[in-house]
Design a protein around this ligand. Sequence first.
Ligand SMILES: NC(=O)c1ccc[n+]([C@@H]2O[C@H](COP(=O)([O-])OP(=O)(O)OC[C@H]3O[C@@H](n4cnc5c(N)ncnc54)[C@H](O)[C@@H]3O)[C@@H](O)[C@H]2O)c1
Length: 418
Amino acid sequence: MFAANENIQIALIGAGGMGQGDAKMATALPGVKLVAACDCYDGRLKHMKEVYGNDTFTTRDYREIVARKDIDAVIVATPDHWHTRISVDCLNAGKHVYCEKPMVHAIEEGRLIIEAQAKSGKVFQVGSQYRSSFVYQKARELFQAKAIGELNAVEAWLDRNTAIGAWQYSIPTDANPQTCDWEQFQGSAPKRPWDPCRFFRWRNFQDYGTGVAGDLFVHLLTGVHTVTDSIGPTRVYATGGIRYWTDRDVPDVMLATLDYPATQAHPAFNVMLKVNFKSSLPEESFGLKFIGSKGVMTTSSFTKLQVIRTPRPEEFDYTIDSFAESTQKQLAQDWMAKHPAATLSSLKPDNTEVFDASSQDAHSDHHRNFYASIRDKQPLIEDATFGLRAAGPALLTNESYFKKKIVGWDPEKMAVKT
Ligand SMILES: NC(=O)c1ccc[n+]([C@@H]2O[C@H](COP(=O)([O-])OP(=O)(O)OC[C@H]3O[C@@H](n4cnc5c(N)ncnc54)[C@H](O)[C@@H]3O)[C@@H](O)[C@H]2O)c1
């Protein structure tokens, strides 16, 4: 229990782009203090001291963080292949964990985190911050109120047309085996000679990252599951290729289709996922389109939601002109009698509703929820089971892509179906 005036003391493990962003969100909240940071590149540890003060404890070895009794919670923002090991060690040491998405590098690791969390009783939040977005909350409310009728399909995309979007991150001028702890970075990954590209652009390589699947599809499936309350698909198929950004062993174009079974919350539907790193403008386009029997609901960039209702009375048959004139007349009369007030314009989309959440910072709210859950036992937004139910099928798109086959998934048991 924390007294009202007592700080929750945190450490950042993995102080790169996202980790430092997470730390900023966390420490902007009242009652959260960052006391330590861990990273494998000295330049980032130096920067953590520049931002949080010289007395910030820094280390290259996360086990020194695990051993410290003054640390209540950690943010794990390392490359994906370290998420499970560090999270489990921290939970076992009695620390609360905010772990970046994708929760795991390999699906089988999910159980280890779920079990460690249950055993420790500590809070474990997955960092897919858009789950906290008002846009998804509003979309869920409208979905449940049947604003678009019954769901038929979801199209979700995250296209990027920049080098950064394609993970070509900067390599610092002082990157070398002295300033970078290559051993510690590699961990359980296959041992290779020092390679600054692998160190700073790890997302492009399966040894450390999860490609489009774990980096981007997971965000899209988090959105689908949040809005529909679905626990996951039963079949997954993916294709794609290494097309434009070729310095990698994961695809830069990826398309996937997933079959979702009917539940009490929704009928069966299909999801289409698409990521393309050399797309047409705009530079980045990110959205989900829920296509229902009575309308279409679209989220864009997690800040806007649009609902267009598409009433579809039985439409006037366009082949009517090829019938005998007397038949044409009869059909027209019948149709007008059935739809007395209807004109052709009533068949056009109607009742457009727009919801704007651009004033919200979902990332900040996701962290707020984590600390409120630690301090006041507030319900957690994204626990390990939710995290695995989003990461599992997302990672299965890799399995499908690399093995060129359709893969079965048991969303209840969170296991691959053979
Ligand atoms: N939620 C989001 O929107 C979002 C956005 C970006 C990244 N992420 C996730 O955050 C994580 C980090 O991504 P990033 O873009 O910050 O990568 P990054 O390369 O900028 O940072 C990762 C850091 O982890 C360090 N590291 C590697 N192994 C370590 C270890 N064993 N102990 C301590 N530090 C270690 C590296 O030295 C590096 O500085 C990834 O899992 C990524 O998927 C999430």
